[in-house]
Design a protein around this ligand. Structure first.
Ligand code: SAH
Length: 222
């Protein structure tokens, strides 16, 4: 299939003004970190959804991205990114659940290297292409089961899950660096707690920060 290059700058419902309005709404809803707000202002979310949905890309809502998956709501992306940056900018981040690639793109604006893992091959391929179109070269997409993490670049000072496991996967905690932070939606289907786990040596300190709703983290590749 030939994909034509899309307009990253945007016009009309994908214009900078429309993006600015979304950022103002997020700020009114408690997103305070200016670095994060600026990153959301810069990243063309419309490139990460199908062209048919482009005009809705700057609504504060999740949208379908194919293969039964969704691009996360901007508020959730912003909040999780704030939590990743809270103790300073990590030198690299591991994301589990690439999906559209949008969360990875927001991270790539703020963090030197982003490693992201997606279990669905078609989505991994599409995200790679979209990140390229957005001009982000510091994002590395891998098609694999995220329960294994990505050991080649471990340990990670920050790990972010955008699919929900029932409990925090052991393998991922093993790949979390000392003084590192893991952010994940944890729980059963439909509703989960957004959890922050901070590693201090052998100690893991866990707290809950919000109620969220993510697709489940599933086992195996397809
Ligand atoms: N971060 C994405 C939203 C992801 S939706 C975005 O910004 O668009 C969750 C994604 O996690 C889906 O694409 C789903 O296929 C993927 N996923 C689910 N279980 C996974 C696993 N074990 N490993 C890697 N990816 C997984």
């Amino acid at each position: 299939m030939v994909t034509r290059e899309r307009n990253a700058a945007g016009i009309g419902m994908t214009s900078q003004r429309t993006r600015d309005r979304l950022v103002e709404a997020l700020s009114a809803q408690g997103i305070e970190d200016k670095r994060v707000l600026d990153a959301l202002r810069r990243v063309p979310r419309h490139l990460f959804v199908d062209e048919a949905l482009e005009s809705r890309a700057y609504e504060n809502t999740p949208l379908p991205i194919g293969s039964g998956q969704t691009i996360s709501q901007p508020w959730v992306v912003a909040r999780m990114t704030e939590l990743i940056l809270e103790n300073g900018v990590p030198e690299r981040v591991l994301e589990i659940g690439t999906g559209s690639g949008y969360q990875a793109a927001v991270l790539a604006e703020l963090v030197p290297e982003v490693y992201t893992v997606e279990r669905i091959g078609a989505l991994a391929k599409q995200a790679r292409e979209r990140l390229r179109q957005a001009g982000l070269r510091n994002c590395h997409v891998r098609h694999a089961d995220g329960y294994e993490g990505w050991s080649a670049y471990a340990p990670y000072p920050a790990i972010l899950l955008t699919a929900a496991p029932e409990t925090v996967p052991e393998h991922l905690l093993e790949q979390l660096a000392d003084n590192g932070r893991l952010v994940a939606p944890v729980g059963g289907s439909g509703y989960q707690e957004l959890v922050v786990v901070d590693r201090q040596g052998d100690r893991l300190i866990q707290r809950r920060v919000a109620g969220v709703s993510f697709v489940p983290m599933l086992h195996g590749e397809r």
